[in-house]
Ligand binder design. Sequence first.
Ligand SMILES: Nc1ncnc2c1ncn2[C@@H]1O[C@H](COP(=O)(O)OP(=O)(O)OP(=O)(O)O)[C@@H](O)[C@H]1O
Ligand code: SF4
Ligand SMILES: [Mg+2]
Length: 331
Amino acid sequence: MSETVLSVRDLSVVTSGDGSPETILDRVAFDLRRGEILGLVGESGSGKSMTARALIQLLPGSRLAISGGSALLKGEDILSLDERAMGAVRGGSIGMIFQNPSSHLDPVMSIGKQIAESIRFHKAVTGRTARDHAVEILRQVGIPDPERRYDAYPHEFSGGMRQRAMIAIALACDPDILIADEPTTALDVTVQAQILKLLTDLRDARGVSIIFITHDLGIVSQICDRVAVMYGGRIVELGGKREVIGNGRHPYTAGLVACQPAEGQPGERVRTIAGQPPRVGHMPPGCRFHPRCPRADGTCSAVGPELVSAEPGHSVACHHPIGPELVEAAP
Ligand SMILES: Nc1ncnc2c1ncn2[C@@H]1O[C@H](COP(=O)(O)OP(=O)(O)OP(=O)(O)O)[C@@H](O)[C@H]1O
Ligand code: SF4
Ligand SMILES: [Mg+2]
């Protein structure tokens, strides 16, 4: 088994300020191995982006705080770094790619310069070296004629090319990890396929590990090695893609899979899981999925299940999982 690059344990985020703190992320835990693509899936509001943002200490609001946990990046706990040290990790060992590149690119600086600046921020190199390296990265992410395109501005690029440019910036300092938060959601299907291919090619060529956040189980099936399913700020199932998507043990995972439109049947109505996901401040007691779960009983509404091993490499947080009963084992 390949080396663990990032080991996240008990990562929790709460609201701070007036009133009692509300839990937004609840003891999120997973390992990321070298060269793997780990999918983070779940409905809107389940905590996918919050997990990514907590890891880089960029929580989306001033009234949010990391209340506990650790995230060991090659042995160092990045949650305990001060802002200066964390600034070196962001865009250094961890590159970030977001859904909307336009809001993360500087509109008045050329694409090439933005990459070169990132290189110079993180590494003591000359301007010439940074420029040459930036041109090389533009080439690697599939920008045609990169010498000339170095001087282009974001508005001169198409949506797909802008996303490639953002991937180039994320790659500028040879990161160990890329965090990609819905990087293809805003793109049309053809460009989406090209960007997914680019990411898997980069993984193969560089051995970079990718946390890939998506709503789309089709994308997970296509590119991910393992998958973590989130619900109400918790990971409820974690394991290899085939086990989780093909043989999910958690009723919520099964519901998500059942809601995916069948391939080749575009006219079919998309099913949804009955009921609404829980909202912060209104989390149900016990298992957060119990109001929507067809298998729920009195235990479920009283006691929250822990994430435990169902079989090697596959964990589930459920009192009554699909398939054989769980034998209590270490998570
Ligand atoms: N700035 C904020 N302040 C307080 N709560 C927030 C803030 N941003 C998000 N939340 C809450 O945190 C929870 C997790 O949100 P998050 O953005 O991680 O969801 P997500 O899984 O990424 O959803 P989506 O698929 O819509 O992007 C949600 O309940 C959301 O309401
Ligand atoms: S613990 Fe109970 S309510 Fe929660 S998913 Fe499992 S069966 Fe459903
Ligand atoms: Mg999100």
